[in-house]
Design a protein around this ligand. Structure first.
Ligand code: BGC
Length: 754
């Protein structure tokens, strides 16, 4: 039994051997004590288990597995339960293939739409990322398989990803970039967390004790194992000391020897190695408890059932961006010009380590033919390699002119979007943009369907009557798209990232991807919609946006604070249309009178609700008190500021249907007063503030006396004095306060509470 093995049973060399991989995908076993190796493999939206010789470039094919919608799509479902069901399926496929840990989900924040790996990430918002990420982990781990939440942390670009330092202030780091990870760790105890390649404020994530030990373990209570991203270890011994347990892949024994030497010459305390080795042993034991060898019957992949789930999840991920004049759903008798190579050759996943060998692939062309028979005619419209552009366009335009409606599949080619590099612009290929206008000119009933892993510019948004955001939808994306276009599925996906007007409008535009080894997150907490709203910028489609074939009406929201401090936002929602459908109800908060900079609204809770036509339901959205908190740099912790919070409930961040206000009691942040505390800070102090207030109002000199009456209005003078350090008052003759009095005041303020 593997779980009985203790580091004390092992030699120093054996322990060191445990903390790096045997090869690309396995840990090392130790035969002498009966310890088996286990397999960790990609992830995140399907299993990439290489059958033959392993290699990092994915040159060798992997065993067929279901390719579920990548995170960019799944995030648009706004539905953690659906994410959990996908997680269960990922877990089942891992068990069948004897994989102990699947390397995902990836929950990094989409800081810039240019990040080449955004298709693998959930959202620009930490609550959506955390909630969907937690759903996936719960599902995976329910099957006795470990998840690996990645890439921890602040890995928001591919450019120079193995070295760049993400330079981030404490507030955005905690409130935006770590918040999703914190939720997933606290709620689900993932078996592993994968540390990222990059540095954070100058220190490699892999050798960052603050990140891997203080934050992850001491503050959040993480009990699992930290694994390096593949090749993320810079210096092995400091990495081990920082809390990086398992180095992957193999170092050929080199770093194991470094660890042994460091213990022998006293540079590394052996207990540090013991701790990491114990975590590896615990992981192997957990995997052993659930391995198929112990299962009652061998399990075989139910390809059809998982494909059906992939189709359901893809259908739920699709976002109907625009539908003027009810062009969609397509009508039963309409003849359809299906245009665009993507309809025949779908792009349904991204490039890099997440690339899955699917069990099958649905194309929209086949699915359309099944659904609409010979009402559908196809023209590729363009070629991925750009060849024959004019001829292909002319042929497509001629087809579009003859049919009732044109459905145009556009998107980003594989080569433009992948792990390993970032995009340089947001544009679709020029040939596709030309095609849109040419088709529109002959057929105003044109629908554009997009295939892209991250947002693209939509210069035709006001000309094309219907636009469908299809992301990369996994292997069943083709049929799922046709389900939505024909109305078999009523669209309910929502944008988990804003579609901006121009790249120049995006929050990180001036600071992405950085230079000289550093990228400065200068936009601070104003990431995604927080930025566009604060700057009052127009966007093409806002965060949270997505249409339906039915309509929903919202009742007035109320909000109540529970005994535990958590809040409940409640409202009724009615499906006022004639079709059954889902609505994603979103609750945003703001605190207009805050002491820190805040966005005009921040998503705090959401729910995906299914309502039959005509049905009314009460919807309750739970807001955790801790999600109201800002990171207070004065005390280095999250603080809930007291005040009147405004809660907005809406169908998107810019389609607010109701507002309600609630008074929230703040956390007690008592800072010691000093001679440099401002008069405003002294006045706000709970112990001495009231007395000082009284004294000041009696002090003629401050309001209408000699000091300023001749140069400023009383109100302006008070404002100026608010930021005046109290100690300086002693230096002003005529103020009536001396140093001794101030010292007395400060010590009264700082005296321990009775
Ligand atoms: C990626 C990880 C992946 C690992 C193993 C790395 O390059 O960043 O996401 O899990 O390779 O393939």
């Amino acid at each position: 039994m593997t779980h009985a093995i203790d580091p004390a049973d092992l030699t120093l060399e054996e322990k060191a051997s445990l903390v790096s991989g045997a090869d690309f995908w396995h840990t090392k076993g130790i035969e002498r004590v009966g310890l088996p190796p286990i397999m960790l493999t990609d992830g995140p939206h399907g299993l990439r288990k290489q059958a033959g010789e392993a290699d990092h470039l994915g040159l060798n094919a992997s065993v067929p597995a279901t390719c579920f919608p990548p995170a960019a799509a799944l995030g648009s479902t706004f539905d953690p339960e659906l994410a959990e069901r996908v997680g269960v399926a990922l877990g089942v496929e891992s068990v069948i293939e004897d994989v102990a840990v699947i390397l995902g989900p990836g929950i990094n924040i989409k800081r810039s739409p240019l990040c080449g790996r955004n298709f693998e990430y959930v959202s620009e918002d930490p609550i959506v990322s955390g909630v969907i990420g937690a759903g996936l982990v719960r599902g995976i781990q329910s099957q006795g398989v470990g998840a690996s939440v990645k890439h921890f942390a602040a890995n928001n670009q591919e450019d120079d990803r193995m070295r760049v330092s993400s330079d981030i202030d404490p507030r955005p780091l905690r409130e935006i970039y770590l918040r999703g990870f914190e939720r997933v760790v606290k709620e689900t105890q993932p078996w592993t967390v994968m540390c990222s390649y990059n540095k954070i404020n100058g220190v490699y994530a892999s050798e960052n004790p603050w990140l891997l030990t203080q934050v992850l373990r001491d503050e959040w209570g993480f009990e699992g194992l930290v694994v390096s991203d593949w090749g993320a270890v810079n210096e092995r011994v400091p990495a081990l000391a920082a809390g990086l347990d398992l180095e992957m892949p193999s170092s050929g024994g080199e770093t194991d020897a470094q660890i042994v030497a460091a213990v022998r010459d006293g540079r590394l305390d052996e207990s540090v190695l013991d701790l990491a080795a114990r975590r590896v042993l615990a992981l192997v034991a957990k995997a052993g408890e659930a391995s198929p060898a112990g299962a009652a019957a061998p399990r075989v992949l139910d390809v059809d059932a998982h494909h059906a789930l992939a189709r359901e999840a893809a259908g739920r991920s699709i976002v109907l961006l625009k539908n003027d004049g009810g062009v969609l759903p397509l009508q039963e008798r309409e003849s359809i010009a299906l245009i665009g190579e993507f309809a025949r050759t779908p792009r349904y996943q991204g490039g890099g380590s997440s690339h899955i060998n699917p069990t099958r692939v649905d194309t929209a062309l086949d699915a359309f033919r099944d659904a609409a028979g010979d009402r559908v005619s196809f023209a590729p419209g363009f070629a991925f390699d750009g060849s024959d552009a004019e001829h292909l366009r002319e042929e497509a335009v001629a087809l579009a002119a003859r049919q009732d409606v044109a459905v145009l599949f556009l998107g980003l080619p594989d080569a433009e979007e992948s792990e390993g590099f970032d995009r340089e612009h947001l544009d679709l290929p020029a040939a596709q943009l030309e095609l849109v206008d040419a088709v529109l000119a002959v057929n105003p009933r044109t629908v554009v369907v997009l295939s892209n892993g991250a947002v693209v510019a939509l210069p035709f948004a006001d000309r094309v009557p219907a636009i469908v955001e299809g992301w990369l939808l996994g292997q069943a994306g083709g049929s799922a798209t046709v389900d939505v276009l024909t109305g078999a599925v009523n669209p309910s996906g929502r944008l988990a990232e804003t579609i901006p007007v121009r790249l120049e409008d995006t929050p990180a535009y001036l600071g992405f991807p950085g230079s000289l080894g550093h990228v400065r997150y200068g936009e601070g907490v104003f990431v995604g919609y927080r930025w566009y709203d604060a700057r009052k910028l127009d966007v093409v489609y806002p965060f949270g946006h997505g249409l339906s074939y039915t309509s929903f009406e919202y009742g007035a929201p109320t909000v109540a604070v529970g005994e535990d401090g958590d809040l409940l936002v409640t409202l009724t929602v009615t499906n006022t249309g004639s079709r059954d459908g889902r609505e994603d109800v979103q609750a945003y908060d703001s605190l207009p009178e805050s002491i820190v900079e805040r966005a005009p609204r921040e998503l705090k809770a959401f729910a995906s609700i299914r309502l039959s036509a005509g049905e009314t339901r009460e919807v309750s959205l739970a807001v955790r008190r801790e999600d109201l908190a800002y990171w207070d740099t004065r005390v280095d912790r999250f603080v809930v500021e007291g005040g009147r919070y405004r809660f907005e409930v809406g169908a998107s961040s810019r389609d607010i249907r109701g507002t309600t206000i609630v008074e929230v009691a703040g956390d007690d942040v008592r800072l010691p007063l000093t001679m440099n505390s401002s008069i405003a800070e002294v006045l706000a102090h709970p112990v001495v503030g009231p007395a000082v207030q009284q004294q000041l109002s009696g002090m003629a000199s401050l309001t209408d006396g000699a000091v300023g009456a001749d140069i400023m209005e009383a109100g302006a003078l008070e404002k100026m004095m608010a930021s005046f350090p109290i100690g300086r008052l002693a230096g002003f003759p005529g103020m009536g306060v001396d140093r001794a009095q101030l010292e007395q005041l400060i010590s009264a303020a700082n005296a321990p509470e009775e």
